[in-house]
Design a binder for this molecule. Structure first.
Ligand SMILES: C[S@@+](CC[C@H](N)C(=O)[O-])C[C@H]1O[C@@H](n2cnc3c(N)ncnc32)[C@H](O)[C@@H]1O
Length: 210
């Protein structure tokens, strides 16, 4: 089964509030987005947003240029159905982030002021995929824009949804993005899954410097 089939099957088989990464409220992400001082008219992207409720809150809060990208159309469809007609205010893209180009022309300026990723980059165990992700990130995010990355911490799980994941210390997360990003701060958080187990996450807020 390829990567896309894997994620399509997950969202075909499970409702958005049954997956282990489900949150009632994406509170830490929202706090970091507010801390980044993203204006309501500035473009942001939730990479691998799936059926996350983050977009619901962003639209309700008045953010007017929100893109949600995911490999699984089923995941995005669950979010759109939940939100209803208000979901038309967001842009929904089915794509693999390691193969996505954000602009028609590579000379076009990066479109986004903020890039949010909770639990997507940590699935990229192949260095070529990590490199492709970072290339897309740099084509997408303006200098001065913010990256919010949430991944399993070094005391977090080694697998998620049957797939091997990377774990991150504050140093290793910063190392991956150091060429173009300056750390603002890290937050460690324990996520409680719907089945009651606890998972250690590390969030990083970074500013693009070059
Ligand atoms: C663990 S879930 C996290 C979903 C969401 N970010 C959240 O916090 O609720 C990982 C998500 O990444 C998506 N995904 C995995 N690999 C991807 C890729 N290469 N490109 C785009 N999306 C991907 C999956 O379909 C899934 O929705």
């Amino acid at each position: 089964m390829d990567r896309q089939e894997h994620w399509q099957k997950i969202y075909h088989d499970k409702h958005f509030d049954q997956v282990s990464w489900y949150q009632d409220e994406a509170r830490t992400s929202l706090n970091l987005i507010r801390e980044s001082a993203l204006r309501h008219d500035q473009a942001m992207i939730d990479v691998g947003g799936g059926a996350s409720g983050l977009v619901d809150t962003l639209l309700a809060d008045g953010y007017r240029d929100v893109t949600v990208l995911d490999l699984s159309s089923h995941g995005l469809d669950q979010a759109r159905t939940r939100i209803g007609p208000a979901s038309n205010a967001a842009r929904w893209i089915t794509a693999d982030i390691t193969r996505y180009t954000p602009t028609k022309d590579l000379d076009d300026p990066p479109p986004f002021y903020l890039w949010h990723d909770r639990a997507v980059y940590h699935f990229l165990t192949d260095p070529a995929d990590q490199h492709a992700y970072r290339t897309t990130l740099c084509q997408s995010l303006k200098v001065g824009g913010h990256l919010i990355l949430a991944a399993f911490a070094d005391d977090g799980p080694t697998k998620c949804s049957g797939l091997t994941v990377r774990q991150f210390s504050p140093d290793s997360m910063t190392h991956d993005f150091a060429e173009y990003f300056t750390l603002v701060r890290h937050i460690k958080e324990t996520h409680q899954t719907p089945s009651g187990s606890r998972q250690s996450f590390l969030y990083g807020l970074y500013e693009r410097h070059g």
